[in-house]
Structures are given as structure tokens and as C-alpha cells.
Ligand binder design. Structure first.
Ligand code: IYR
Length: 220
């Protein structure tokens, strides 16, 4: 079988443009913070669609794009998701999490209550697709966690670029999400992301990012 290749072109940048683009993109991304206090201000659905289209440009194993982005606006469904997430989180905070873990989380002021799930205009639940069924045959996808992790990162960057806020929320265990959203048997919940505007006067923890020296090692 012939496999077709087509010419690739990407706009070439001058050295100056490379510097200024890389600097300004860093500046933009360095302003991103995980937000836990949201407003209920509406967002145009096309913004959400563009964000998801951006995430779906992520590279993936054998280009299988093993992901589904479920967009929840239905208030009844949000209510059910919140109740189920809080049920698990209550159990996590009271019995499943170690004292060390809770100590590590103390600076973030988190607890089992997740009111943002109902408050935000959109909940995106990202599912990974572990296999596809083609002509009745199960075919595993490749590097599913890596692929969906990259798509999640691009989703978060696109949300920030649109001037919106999110939180990577992983209520654990997450299997209630596949049930509530009626997902097919090949899909597993990967992340739940509330998408909205930050609440006016929202506070974030006073934390610092590692310096370049701490995260980059050069081999010359
Ligand atoms: N899933 C819980 C606990 C939690 C765990 C980690 I690691 C965090 O970085 C934040 C929270 C919760 O959402 O509260």
C-alpha cells in the first residue's frame, strides 16, 4: 500500500522573532495559575471548541489521538458529578490520604468540598481511549498516557491563552465519571477540568517555580 507524504511548511522566524516569541510565550505561560475559586460568568461555546481543537492537535502514538473531551454544561449533571467527586474526596481526606500527603497539601488550602464543579460554565472531562474496536477487533492504542498527558497540557495552555482559568482536578478513583457520562467501555477518565473566569479577588497560594538551574541540565 502506498503511503502519501505531503510537503511541510512552517513560517520561518528571524533570530529576533525567535527570541521575542519565546520570551513572550514564557511570560504568558508564567502567569498561569491553578484556580480554585471561579465565577459563573458565561463563556462563548466557540472559545471552548477552539480550546479543544487546539488540544486535539497534540502529537499521539501512531496518530491515534486516543482522547475524548466531554463538555458538561447541564446543571443536573454537574450536580451529580460534584456529589460523586465529593463523596470520593471526603473518603480521601478522612481515611485514604497519609498525614504526609495532607501536610504537603496544606499550603494549597484544599479540602473535600468542590463547589467549583457546579459553579463554572463548563466542565471538561478528558477521557483516554485505551483501545479502538475496528471490525469487531480490539486494537490497543499506543503510549496512551503520554499522548493524553500532552493533549492535557496543550488544553491547559489554550485555556490560559483565552484568558480563562482551570484546575487539573483528579477526584480519585474517577470511574464514576465514565458511568455518569455514559462513556463506552474503552474510555477511562483521565482529568476533570473546570473552565471559567476566576472569581473576582480570587486568591492563589504564594508558591514559587523552580529556577531554570534546578530543572535544566546541559551536556556540552
Ligand atoms: N484530589 C484531592 C487531593 C489533591 C491531591 C493533590 I497531589 C493535589 O495537588 C491537590 C489535591 C483534591 O482535589 O482535593
Amino acid at each position: 500500500m502506498e503511503h502519501k507524504f505531503i510537503p511541510f511548511s512552517q513560517k520561518e522566524l528571524t533570530k529576533e522573532e525567535q527570541l521575542s516569541n519565546s520570551r513572550s510565550f514564557f511570560k504568558l505561560m508564567d502567569q498561569r495559575r491553578s484556580i480554585r475559586e471561579f465565577s459563573d460568568e458565561p463563556i462563548a461555546v466557540e472559545v471552548i471548541e477552539n480550546i479543544i481543537k487546539t488540544a486535539s492537535t497534540a502529537p499521539s502514538g501512531a496518530h491515534k489521538q486516543p482522547w475524548t473531551f466531554c463538555v458538561v454544561t447541564n446543571p443536573e449533571l454537574k450536580k451529580k458529578i460534584r456529589a460523586a467527586a465529593e463523596k470520593e474526596e471526603k473518603e480521601n481526606y478522612s481515611t485514604r490520604m497519609s498525614d504526609r500527603w495532607k501536610e504537603d497539601l496544606a499550603p494549597f488550602g484544599t479540602d473535600w468540598e468542590k463547589p467549583f464543579i457546579e459553579k463554572v460554565p463548563y466542565i471538561i472531562v478528558l477521557f483516554k481511549r485505551v483501545h479502538e474496536t475496528i471490525e469487531g477487533e480490539k486494537r490497543n492504542n499506543y503510549y496512551v498516557n503520554e499522548s493524553v498527558g500532552i493533549a492535557a497540557g496543550m488544553l491547559i495552555a489554550a485555556i490560559h491563552n483565552a484568558g480563562l482559568a482551570t484546575l487539573t482536578h483528579t477526584p480519585s478513583p474517577m470511574n464514576f465519571l465514565a458511568q455518569l457520562l455514559n462513556r463506552p467501555e474503552n474510555e477511562r477518565a483521565f482529568l476533570l477540568l473546570p473552565v471559567g473566569h476566576p472569581q473576582k479577588n480570587a486568591l492563589v497560594p504564594d508558591i514559587q517555580r523552580k529556577s531554570l538551574n534546578e530543572v535544566m541540565v546541559c551536556y556540552k
